[in-house]
Design a protein around this ligand. Structure first.
Ligand SMILES: [Zn+2]
Length: 235
């Protein structure tokens, strides 16, 4: 059972039919199968807040748990994805980009508000989906501070979570994120990190259409994310 000490953060983008573009897409059928597998495995889906609270308190969550996240705020997040999550009683976090909200294919502010009222946490994915490592400190600040402010204004609640577009961050980006008032930030890096747990570089597991079978999903849920084992057994 040691594998279940880990707590995977699953990263989805669009849930829907493939559109032939480069957006990582999982069909509703596969998404439903993945949620059903988690339910069958008695995985408790917890919020990013519950995870970060537990880490802040130095009491990592135990047992079979996972966090579900969506990047980019595609319009299907508020439709088919939200409906399936509701059916399974699972919570999630969606990272939105204010400059893309309301564009074709993305949620509108009304839809963002409605998923927030539905219990989904809304985080920032920067103002312009910016690749932060290439920006000056002023521009990084603008991307992180303004996106947070605008989302908070629209949903009427604090925004504590950040997802770096394309997973791009540097120590300077992390400093700015901390100073801007975020509590944690997600990246996209997979694999085993040599570094200690870093709340501003939470690694996630990219979910794909290929994760159709219980075995592949179980491997993802148990294997990659080794932070908690590291906390247990400091090297
Ligand atoms: Zn993105």
């Amino acid at each position: 059972m040691a594998g279940w000490w880990t707590l995977p953060i699953l990263a989805y983008h669009r849930i829907g039919e493939p559109k032939g573009d480069h957006v990582p897409t999982v069909t509703p059928e596969s998404f439903e199968r993945q949620l059903a597998c988690m339910a069958r495995q008695r995985v408790t889906v917890v919020s990013l807040e519950a995870l970060v609270d537990s880490l802040d308190e130095g009491k990592p969550l135990r047992g079979r748990q996972a966090v579900i996240t969506f990047d980019d705020g595609y319009e299907e997040t508020s439709g088919v994805a939200a409906a399936l999550l509701r059916r399974f009683g699972f919570c999630a976090t969606v990272f939105v980009t204010p400059n893309e909200i309301g564009l074709p294919g993305f949620m509108t502010w009304d839809q963002v508000r409605s998923v927030a009222q539905d219990g989904m946490a809304v985080g920032s994915h920067t103002l312009h989906h910016a690749f932060l490592p290439l920006l000056s400190r002023d521009k990084i600040e603008h991307e992180l501070v303004e996106s947070k402010r605008i989302i908070e204004q629209h949903i009427g609640r604090p925004v504590s979570w950040l997802s770096y577009p394309v997973g791009g961050f540097t120590p300077e980006v992390q400093d700015v994120a901390r100073a801007a008032g975020y509590r944690a930030a997600c990246t996209t890096n997979r694999g085993i990190s040599k570094r200690a747990l870093d709340l501003f570089a939470l690694r996630r597991i990219k979910m794909t259409e290929l994760d159709r079978h219980d075995l592949s999903l179980r491997a993802k849920l148990s294997g990659y994310y080794d932070v908690f084992r590291r906390l247990e057994q400091p090297a």
